[in-house]
Design a protein around this ligand. Structure first.
Ligand code: SF4
Ligand code: FES
Length: 376
């Protein structure tokens, strides 16, 4: 199959064909969400709840066109994600194409379904790294969250990955149901031979936001999780890199989401929507499509990518805050979800006038960090 528009945005695009004349720095990372289809049903999934708009997935030729344009725009790393990217039969072809352009390729996967032959094809295509999600330390607990008998198949997938010597990260989303088993989860990642372990508390988007009440850990659980993360780091930090991502609902601090809007990374949704972050589709702003718009053009000139760049869009209290260049006012999508205003201060920040919406959901008082104020 060829591009839907042979003369359009995806038709040209050999690497290096675009001369960079834009005023914004080039993007360096691309999150390619090749499908939202997935065999798992995790309650914390951050993908959009309304999936009908994403069923018309980009074809293989359209994706290779996106990769050409991304490389020409400056992208060095491609994260092939979803949904479950292994459900795309053309995944090895996409990896091979990205590799041939000199890009670092990372597969973000549940490991379902993964066979030895499929993994070998991906390795031959040039796959550089793999991120494997694990739901919990034990099969029963993990399978309850994933909605099926998947855990043992994931362990088998990890064994295939280590056999082929592909560097890999174990990714774990933490929530009320598994934070107290953090140590056991870390032991499992070590036993699987992972190079890196990422323990990240749930981000409340998509299904995660809908299921927030059930997923939200208590303040005491979060304190225990932080202590357990420090402990496993002490015990295993010489063998495995361990990254622990705190929950912004409990810290009182906003996270610098995507390292800044339209700053370093972009997302291409399964239907070709070009987005500054995973959840930006819900903001209701006009969304450029890879089917009709050149990726670099969207990055540079579209209203969506320019909506929250830098700090000029900020309102108080961010505008006069000393931390505004560090956390960039937090997450625009979380601000929109919780206040209806994407330009508001992220309610995760304890200085937000809407912070009670986060504190109320977290159920317990947070420890307020000392935040210096910028003098005007
Ligand atoms: Fe960050 Fe300050 Fe805005 Fe809070 S008020 S989100 S600390 S910039
Ligand atoms: Fe959109 Fe954070 S998810 S800015």
């Amino acid at each position: 199959a060829g591009p839907e528009r042979p003369g359009g945005a995806l038709a040209g695009g050999a690497a290096g064909a675009t001369t960079w004349t834009g005023r914004h720095p080039r993007p360096t990372g691309l999150l390619a969400e090749v499908t939202y289809r997935c065999p798992l049903h995790c309650a914390y999934c951050s993908n959009p709840v309304q999936l009908a708009a994403y069923r018309a997935e980009l074809t293989t030729a359209e994706w290779t066109g996106v990769l050409d344009q991304a490389r020409a725009a400056g992208v060095l790393q491609v994260h092939l994600s979803g949904g479950e990217p292994l459900l795309r039969p053309d995944l090895p072809e996409l990896v091979r194409h990205a590799s041939s352009l000199g890009m670092y390729t990372n597969l973000v996967t549940s490991g379902i379904p993964l066979t030895a032959a499929r993994l070998a094809a991906l390795a031959t295509a040039g796959l550089d790294h793999l991120q494997l999600s694990i739901q919990d330390a034990t099969a029963d607990a993990a399978d309850r969250v994933a909605g099926g008998r998947f855990h043992d198949r994931k362990l088998a997938a990890a064994a295939l990955v280590t056999t082929l010597g592909i560097p890999f990260t174990v990714n774990v989303v933490l929530h009320a149901g598994n934070t107290d088993r953090l140590a056991g989860i870390a032991e499992l990642a070590v036993a699987l031979g992972a190079d890196r372990l990422e323990l990240a508390h749930t981000q409340y988007y998509g299904w995660g936001l809908r299921n927030r009440a059930a997923l939200m850990p208590t303040h005491e659980q979060v304190e225990r999780a932080a202590a357990a993360a420090a402990d496993v780091h002490r015990r295993h930090g010489d063998r495995i890199e361990i990254v622990y991502v705190e929950p912004d609902y409990h810290t009182g601090r906003a996270k610098p989401c995507m390292n800044g809007w339209g700053s370093r990374q972009l997302v291409v949704a399964p239907n070709g929507d070009l987005l500054p972050c995973l959840a930006a589709g819900q903001l209701g702003l006009p969304t450029p499509s890879a089917r009709t718009t050149d990726l670099a053009d969207a990055w540079q000139h579209s209203a969506l990518f320019n909506a929250f760049r830098g700090t000029a869009w900020m309102t108080e209290p961010c505008r006069s805050c000393a931390l505004r260049d560090a956390d960039l006012g937090g997450c625009r999508c979380q601000a929109f979800q919780l206040t209806g205003d994407a330009a508001a201060t992220d309610p995760a920040c304890h200085l937000s006038p809407h912070h009670d919406r986060v504190r109320g959901a977290a159920g317990t008082p947070v420890r307020l960090p000392a935040v210096p104020r910028r003098s005007r």
